[in-house]
Design a protein around this ligand. Structure first.
Ligand code: IDP
Ligand code: MG
Length: 194
């Protein structure tokens, strides 16, 4: 019987994950949790593809800007001095552009992961966005050390190894974008599906 909580999510190993030689480790941690890799590929994205990947709606961009300002506040820095703005939307657009630059700087690995509560499970395995907030035992907690304050000062995206969909809606959009023309495979995993 199909488990009604079974779902698919999208995972991408970012340039730093690839360049640190962590492809195998990241996939291993996902498989270790009985989640199934149903599509997997290395590729070098275009600017246009990455631009489609990150949401374009104002709410998402503002949230990204707000996060950046929150980091600035926490570390006593002045965004107006460094970026010439206090506006969430303007700041969010800048960070989004840094992300596009970062994500096109090396090959990436993209994957579709299937399993019970796959979206939440993969987020849990990956850990929260900022490495310092990511617990040991998560991919980001164990292997990344970047600081958002430093990244913002250097006008670049925070290096945190992995991208993983945050919601089922985001997963649907991303799987369609990255695997729309390619096969996602069906198979039964020993000890999981039978
Ligand atoms: P997520 O990757 O944990 O889902 P999001 O908030 O969706 O995090 O942000 C997307 C990516 O943008 C992050 O993974 C990180 O690389 C980058 N990022 C987030 N906040 C900042 C920031 O304040 N400065 C620079 N880069 C950031
Ligand atoms: Mg996100």
């Amino acid at each position: 019987m199909t488990n009604f909580k079974e779902e698919k999510t999208f995972l991408m190993i970012k340039p730093d994950g690839v360049r640190k030689g962590l492809i195998g480790e990241i996939i291993r941690r996902v498989e270790q949790r009985d989640l199934k890799v149903v599509a997997l590929q290395m590729f070098h994205p275009t600017i246009e593809q990455i631009d489609e990947h990150y949401p374009k709606d104002e709410k998402w961009i503002r949230r990204l800007g707000q996060k950046t300002f929150a980091t600035y506040e926490k570390y006593g820095l002045d965004p107006l001095k460094d970026f010439g703005t206090n506006d969430d939307l303007k700041m969010g657009k800048m960070v989004r552009q840094w992300l596009v630059d970062f994500m096109t700087s090396a090959p990436l690995v993209k994957a579709v992961i299937q399993g019970v509560h796959a979206v939440d499970m993969v987020r849990k395995i990956v850990g929260p966005t900022i490495p310092a907030n990511a617990e040991m035992g998560t991919i980001r907690g164990d292997f990344s050390v970047d600081s958002p304050a430093q990244a913002n000062k250097e006008k670049r995206a925070v290096s945190n190894l992995v991208h993983a969909s945050e919601t089922p809606e985001e997963a649907k959009h991303e799987i369609e974008l990255w695997f729309g023309n390619e096969p996602v495979h069906e198979y039964k995993r020993f000890g999981v599906d039978e």
